[in-house]
Design a protein around this ligand. Structure first.
Ligand SMILES: C[S@@+](CC[C@H](N)C(=O)[O-])C[C@H]1O[C@@H](n2cnc3c(N)ncnc32)[C@H](O)[C@@H]1O
Length: 291
């Protein structure tokens, strides 16, 4: 099993991997990927280290390449056969991207023993805390992978996943960082391929600008149907960091969103948004046939 500390490599937050080719000198990173996360060194406290030591063998999938970008190891693919051999059954699989401390995915796994769950998280303490929650309850239907979710969906076999959840993704508020937001057309296309017929991608955010971003990426994308039932008014232009208030004076339009997903427990991220007076935006996109 990979030791969490061995993966850590400082990453320059402002490094723009998409423009690395424009430099005349060699780029800082050999692979030109825009990542939705920054790998920060974070020591595990005694409790989390113990959880890692006790439960990693049971719950943590050995599928990462062992590099700082948390790529998936070469040759791996998430197939029906892998699911059957790992979870020991072929129950529907729900994948949550960016599980943070794991409160939501572990609560869902405990409430739905008839469903398999896969938690994807890049941050060591989050992974360790999820191991702790799952291990304390002795759950058998959950696994955790410490990989870049965007990479895993590139190697997922068609039709293998029932639902994908992305709740409170990192907001990347600066305009120059909006391309780091995890909801992007390429990921959507790979999730579309991975989902079973009529499978859904549920997304939630407390950031109004991210709600607009989600509509822009998803609402007219081939193969996706927004099956929300409520109408929400949003500004039509983007605002950068610290300028959220400016959005109120911008022209608005109506968009379709969903009621709060009742399968989600209140995590600290959602609570923080609510405490700050922000509105929670829920989305349900269904994978339908490509036009
Ligand atoms: C704002 S937190 C929200 C956590 C959780 N969903 C919640 O509501 O409490 C976003 C999480 O996504 C994780 N993340 C960001 N990019 C990721 C990626 N490409 N693959 C897996 N996890 C990612 C971050 O490490 C972080 O823990």
């Amino acid at each position: 099993m990979t030791d969490p500390q061995s993966l850590i490599e400082p990453v320059n937050e402002d490094f723009d991997a998409t423009h690395a080719n424009e430099e005349h000198t060699a780029p800082a990173h050999p692979i030109h990927k825009v990542l939705s996360f920054v790998r920060r060194s974070a020591r595990l406290d005694t409790r989390l280290q113990r959880a890692w030591d006790n439960y990693a063998d049971t719950y943590l999938l050995d599928i990462d390449a062992g590099n700082a970008r948390l790529d998936v190891r070469e040759g791996f693919s998430l197939t029906e056969a892998y699911i059957q051999s790992t979870w020991g059954n072929s129950n529907p699989l729900i994948v949550e991207i960016g599980t943070g401390q794991g409160e939501n995915v572990v609560a869902a796994a405990a409430a739905h023993p008839e469903t398999n769950f896969l938690a994807l998280e890049v941050y060591d303490p989050g992974v360790a805390h999820t191991l702790l929650l799952a291990g304390k309850q002795g759950l058998t239907n959950i696994r955790i992978a410490q990989v870049n979710a965007a990479e895993l969906f590139k190697v997922t076999a068609p039709g293998t996943i029932a639902e994908v959840w992305t709740f409170f993704p990192d907001p990347w508020p600066k305009k120059k960082h909006h391309k780091r937001r995890i909801v992007q057309p390429e990921l959507a296309s790979n999730i579309h391929n991975a989902l079973a017929h009529n499978g859904v991608w549920r997304i939630a955010t407390d950031i109004e600008d991210y709600a607009l971003h989600t509509h822009e990426v998803m609402d007219h994308l081939n193969g996706w149907k927004n099956i929300g039932t409520i109408t929400v008014s949003l500004p039509l232009e983007h605002v950068g960091k610290g300028n959220a208030d400016m959005a109120a004076d911008m022209p608005h339009a109506d968009f379709t969103e969903s009621e709060r997903f009742d399968g989600r427990v209140l995590t600290n991220f959602e609570k923080k948004g609510l405490d700050a007076g922000r509105v929670i935006h829920d989305f349900t996109y269904q994978a339908v046939a490509l036009r």
